[in-house]
Design a protein around this ligand. Structure first.
Ligand SMILES: *Cc1c(COP(=O)(O)O)cnc(C)c1O
Length: 404
């Protein structure tokens, strides 16, 4: 989600920038502050892998899988090479392919739809709720019916995305999936660590895919991802798919698979980071609360809270009609921001022939013009957030104050 081409400010520079000193540049995401805190543990973990040399399928992979499953309460965790590969493997394991339709929100990271097309299936783009940014179940129901009426493809699966770290409405989506006999896959690339009521992300849908891209709330130092499920059969299929479709015997290939394993080094790094992850989510929540307080009178729309839900705050995303002017003014002030996402998927050149063009998904289209994500990481002080808040207010006054 932190790809340079999507960002108004190149996030690569902010990623490595130092933290929260008044003279230092403000980081959009500060991975250096986290490394400074965890250096001893991370370096030691990496050292162990360099010594034993089992860079693929090393013991840290199984240790990490057990730790991640325990952290969310899922029965199985299968670690893979990226969030995209997790989504791809999950659809492959269900036999999604030509003739299948897969329901997907139009307002998300492009990978969520790319994997559908890679398998020869067709995305059924659905609008989102303008406050939660997540899939709108009633719009999904209408578009599933319309697809069935046309009769060209059969809706087989639904991918719910927990955008910016807030879980989608899984109880509602489970009902929809039951009604239409759809496989429900959670794209929790941004939301591992979040929860709905007593249940944690990883257990909210039959299968959950997550990502350890460095800028995600739980990130490694490269690409990584995981699948979480309570289903023994599916977990076994994922283990086979991530290693070329292997069977029980050595060199026996029972299905078409991928090379999609998580590197041992990345598992080792994630084990060190997992130790402080809960605390980091609490810190992110405090940063979000501070933003809410700092921006309460600014006139921009703040991200909505959902009763009983805990977000990971992968992004703190405001909405304003003067988004581009505000982003430019903040940049002048040394405050990096990013736009996730500047175009809804049904208008992306590679995907648009599967959509109904401009105007067909009005909320997703409007959000792509209004959203702006502010610096967010667990190592921001309250005074830094307050400072960003007051600079944002004065930037708003300098821009088009009247049309917020
Ligand atoms: C980051 C992201 C992905 C892809 O994860 P990678 O690990 O980068 O492949 C998929 N979906 C969403 C919503 C994301 O934010």
């Amino acid at each position: 989600m932190l790809r340079g081409e999507n960002a108004i400010v190149e996030p690569g520079s902010a990623l490595n920038a130092p933290t929260d000193k008044s003279t230092a540049p403000i980081a959009f995401i500060d991975l250096k502050a986290q490394y400074t805190r965890l250096k001893r543990q991370i370096d030691a973990r990496i050292g162990v892998v360099l010594e034993h040399g089992r860079f693929i399928d090393g013991p840290e992979v199984a240790e990490f899988e057990a730790a991640l499953a325990a952290a969310c309460g899922a029965r199985h965790c299968v670690a893979v090479s990226s969030g995209t590969d997790a989504l791809l493997a999950a659809l492959m394991a269900e036999g999604i392919g030509p003739g299948s339709g897969v329901v997907v929100p139009a307002f998300t990271f492009p990978a969520t739809a790319g994997i559908i097309l890679l398998l020869g299936a067709v995305p059924i783009f659905v609008d989102v709720d303008e406050h939660s940014f997540n899939l709108d179940a009633s719009d999904a129901a209408r578009r599933i019916e319309a697809t069935k009426d046309l009769g060209r493809i059969t809706p087989k699966a639904l991918i719910a995305v927990d955008l910016f770290g807030m879980p989608a409405n899984y109880p509602q989506l489970a009902e929809l999936c039951r009604e239409h006999d759809l496989f429900c896959l959670a794209d929790a690339a941004q939301s591992f660590g979040a929860s709905l009521g007593e249940r944690k992300v990883g257990t909210l849908a039959p299968v959950t895919a997550t990502s350890f891209y460095p800028a995600k709330p739980l990130g490694c130092y490269g690409d990584g991802g995981a699948l979480l499920t309570d289903d023994d059969g599916r977990a076994a299929r994922y283990r086979s798919i991530r290693a070329h479709g292997k069977g029980a015997e050595k060199f026996e290939i029972v299905r078409v698979g991928l090379n999609a394993r998580l590197d041992t080094l990345q598992a080792a790094i994630l084990l060190a980071k997992l130790e402080v992850f809960d605390e980091e989510i609490s810190a992110r929540t405090r940063v979000a609360d501070s933003y809410d307080a700092a921006l309460s009178r600014s006139g921009v729309e703040l991200p909505r809270r959902i009763d009983g839900a805990r977000s990971t705050w992968a992004q703190y995303t405001i909405q304003t009609r003067s988004r581009n002017e505000l982003a430019a003014a903040l940049k002048e002030d040394g405050i990096p921001t990013a736009v996730y996402y500047p175009a809804p998927l049904h208008l992306q050149p590679a995907y648009r022939k599967h959509g109904a063009g401009p105007g067909s998904l009005p909320i997703s289209e409007a959000l792509s013009e209004r959203v702006l994500s502010l610096p967010m990481h667990p190592y921001m002080s309250e005074s830094l957030v307050a400072n960003i808040g007051s600079r944002l207010e004065s930037a708003l006054e300098r821009t088009t104050g009247e049309q917020r």
